[in-house]
Design a protein around this ligand. Structure first.
Ligand code: CP
Length: 318
């Protein structure tokens, strides 16, 4: 089996630890997959004869389907195991579930789970590549990669010195954490924006400074940053992780991106959202579907990124 240069472990468990060069190489490989998705190049055969198991113990639309599409575009086969229809619903543990799937001879496992660190735990118990498709509040590495790819396309090159706002439920967000690692690694500056209850002050020191990394700053005032950012990444309010607490009653008024606020952004400043969108809360329908929105481009890029990751980790040497 090939070993991609961007992983020393043979897994993709997070973007923490990936260098600028690792990330840019992955994006280049993902860009090379786009013509296959568009039908401009024939389907690839990197995963011919290989079986990928999607082990999704939390719900998903984009990530699960795009891993499936990606594996098939590479000539592989996919089996799906969902929490609701698996023996996890009878109390079987994540590790027991994963080791049983591995014992069936699959060639790689894509894991989504509610436990932070769950994908790393699985990787310690199976002898096939593990890809983290979102584990609790820890990381969502392929989302971070597709966001980086989308921003790089938009800016037509380097993100160094660009200021990216990540807005919303930062505390709950594995997307924010993966983006913090990747954006700062390529030299972008990140401003985290949200209410105190969803954006603890220690996020300002989440990323170690230095070694060419971009900076991380915190703001609790969205209106104060609108005219100084190069891109807006809006996050979903994750009601399922809050039990109703921590979300201010006036969240939409203070932190929602509607048409009036979007009009105050600089010319061409794009709006991203990982989905699913709470329309009318963190993002208005007008902005989500408007000319600044890169939401569906993110989704398309997600397939390309997942092709690059699957090919890097699971392809045979041919
Ligand atoms: N962005 C994202 O992870 O979406 P899904 O939960 O639908 O996979």
């Amino acid at each position: 089996m090939t070993t991609a240069t961007w992983t020393s472990s043979g897994h993709l468990l997070g973007l923490e630890g990936l260098t600028r060069d690792d990330l840019l190489l992955l994006l280049d490989e993902a860009e090379a997959c786009l013509p296959v998705l568009r039908g401009d190049m024939p389907a690839r055969t990197d995963l011919a004869g290989r079986v990928v198991a999607n082990l999704f113990l939390e719900n998903s639309t984009r990530t699960r389907v795009s891993f499936s599409v990606a594996a098939r575009r590479l000539g592989g086969q996919v089996v799906d195991l969902l929490g609701s229809s698996s023996s996890a619903s009878k109390g079987e543990s994540l590790v027991d579930t994963a080791t049983n799937i591995a014992a069936m001879g699959v060639d790689g496992i894509v894991v989504r789970c509610g436990a932070s660190g769950g994908a790393a735990l699985v990787s310690e118990h199976v002898d096939v590549p593990v890809i983290n498709a979102g584990d609790g509040r820890h990381e969502h590495p392929t989302q971070g990669l597709l966001d980086l790819m989308t921003l790089r396309q938009h800016f037509g090159g380097t993100l160094e010195g660009r200021t990216i706002a990540i807005v919303g439920d930062i505390a709950s967000s594995r997307v924010a954490r993966s983006n913090l690692w990747s954006l700062t690694a390529v030299g972008a500056d990140v401003v985290l924006v949200g209410p105190e209850s969803l954006l603890p002050a220690d996020f300002g020191s989440f990323i170690p400074s230095g070694s060419g990394r971009g900076s991380v700053t915190i703001s609790h005032d969205l209106d104060a940053v609108l005219d100084s950012v190069d891109a807006m990444m809006m996050l979903r309010i994750q009601f399922e992780r809050h039990d109703g607490d921590g979300i201010p009653d006036d969240y939409r008024q203070r932190f929602g991106l509607d048409a009036a606020r979007a009009a105050r952004l600089g010319v061409g400043v794009p709006v991203l959202h990982p989905g699913p969108i709470n329309r009318g809360l963190e993002l208005s329908a007008e902005v989500a579907d408007g000319p600044r929105s890169l939401v569906l481009r993110q989704v398309t890029n997600g397939v390309a990124v997942r092709m690059a990751v699957l090919a890097g980790l699971l392809a045979s040497d041919g």
